[in-house]
Design a protein around this ligand. Structure first.
Ligand SMILES: CC1=C(CCC(=O)O)c2cc3nc(cc4[nH]c(cc5[nH]c(cc1n2)c(C)c5CCC(=O)O)c(CCC(=O)O)c4C)C(CCC(=O)O)=C3C
Ligand SMILES: [Fe+2]
Length: 386
């Protein structure tokens, strides 16, 4: 690979696909949730997120206040800009000139705007990476539906764009090993201070989802619950690895944050705050809180964990040590590039090595028919066999 990185201007002018390691793709789409950037954005954003989803008004007002507490600006868009810059640098380092575009479900640039940009730049076949590592309707299939809707919208204006997606990456080492290292370093810091490991508990935390959404998550040919199983598997592997590395005997478990929906609807539990109460009553003194469900420190992390759970811990006299999210950690970013290369090799009909940790099987890059169904209305989705 002696080819020099192309100038972006040059890439824009060319209407030929980039000949290179990511062939057959001529564009990379980072697909994310999106968040508001100023106070006036908050209500339209929340209305869009919750359209037709039966979230009680009371909860919406509360969540609005979380955003206003940060001046109406969610950190998520800036974190995605930083991730794009880090991906660009890692691609350049590997002499891969394929351009990156960006789309969001709930804030501009919307997914359809990203598709319009792809069309303008002459892209014909793109590969998508989600800012979400796990399988469920909310964290995977809904993005595939967004892709289908965006595709339908722009295909009236110009040539069609073919779209593929990298596999859900909860058990790709770039994600799982980075989380493991970050947790290990947090616990090592406590040991260095002389904290007694017998007083420490490890909590892995993720976004709660309705039980019904968890029950149907996954390809539909197993037992469902792919979302909770993937988290439990990674949490257990991290705990084991931390204990092996540091010669400790910490207990680890999975807890949930950011529940919404009506109180009558069951969501995954225990809530992080409830669990902190119980652990304090059991004599635990320090909790290491690892947000393995999130890729960056967006509002769920800076509000639900760093503000709300931190206040609960303070009230209980518990010390809370929050582990960083993977963010733009070089090992994570490099893993995403590996995933792009793996997907490109599959698209060329090759049989690439698909690294996995923990466990033995990587989820397929092309989702099974009916994977992670929408329980309300079936909508068309791309990147699957249905
Ligand atoms: C699994 C999952 C992820 C992780 C995977 C992924 O990243 O996709 C995630 C991420 C995020 N969720 C976010 C924000 C919100 N999620 C909401 C509501 C909901 N989330 C759900 C699930 C998830 N959500 C569900 C089942 C609902 C109920 C309504 C529905 O079925 O859709 C609501 C409505 C109000 C509320 O009830 O909280 C908001 C404002 C933000 C942006 C943060 C920022 O601005 O920095 C991010 C990254
Ligand atoms: Fe959410």
């Amino acid at each position: 690979m002696t080819q020099q990185p192309q100038h972006p201007e040059q890439a824009e002018q060319s209407d030929q696909p980039d000949a290179g390691p990511l062939e057959p793709y001529d564009g990379i789409l980072l697909l994310s949730f999106g968040g508001p950037e100023k106070a006036e954005d908050v209500l339209p954003f929340l209305r869009r997120v919750t359209a037709g989803r039966g979230i009680p008004d009371e909860r919406l007002e509360q969540v609005g206040e979380h955003y206003y507490g940060f001046g109406g600006r969610s950190p998520i868009n800036d974190q995605n800009r930083a991730l794009i810059a880090a991906l660009r640098a890692e691609l350049d380092r590997r002499d891969i000139s394929t351009p990156i575009i960006w789309g969001n479900r709930n804030f501009t640039p919307f997914t359809a705007e990203a598709f319009a940009e792809a069309q303008e730049r002459g892209m014909r076949r793109i590969v998508t990476v989600l800012t979400s590592a796990y399988q469920s309707y909310s964290s995977c299939r809904q993005y595939r539906e967004d892709l289908a809707a965006a595709d339908a919208e722009v295909s009236e204006q110009g040539p069609a764009i073919e779209v593929d997606k990298v596999r859900p990456y909860a058990n790709h080492p770039g994600f799982s090993r980075t989380n493991t290292r970050l947790v290990t370093e947090a616990v090592r810091g406590l040991l260095r201070e002389g904290v007694d490991p017998a007083t420490v508990r490890l909590l892995c935390v993720t976004h709660s989802i309705p039980d019904a959404m968890d029950d149907t998550s996954g390809p539909g040919d197993e037992d469902g619950n792919a979302y909770s199983r993937q988290h439990i598997q990674l949490g257990a592997a991290i705990t084991e690895e931390v204990n092996a590395t540091l010669d400790t005997d910490l207990e680890g478990e999975l807890v949930f944050c950011s529940r919404s929906g009506p109180p009558t609807q069951p969501w995954l539990e225990p809530d992080v705050n409830d669990r902190l109460e119980e652990l304090a009553a059991d004599g635990v003194q320090t909790v290491v809180l690892a947000p393995i469900g999130f890729v960056s420190d967006h509002m769920e992390v800076v509000y639900d964990l760093d503000t709300e759970a931190a206040a609960t811990a303070e009230k209980l006299g518990l010390r809370l040590v929050r582990v960083p999210t993977v963010g733009v950690d070089p090992e994570f970013v490099s893993g995403l590039v590996d995933l792009l290369l793996e997907r490109a090799a599959e698209a060329r009909g090759e049989d690439p090595v698909r690294p996995v940790w923990p466990g033995r099987t990587a989820p397929p890059s092309v989702c099974a028919p009916g994977c992670c169904p929408n329980l309300r209305t079936a909508r068309p989705a791309l990147c699957g066999r249905d």
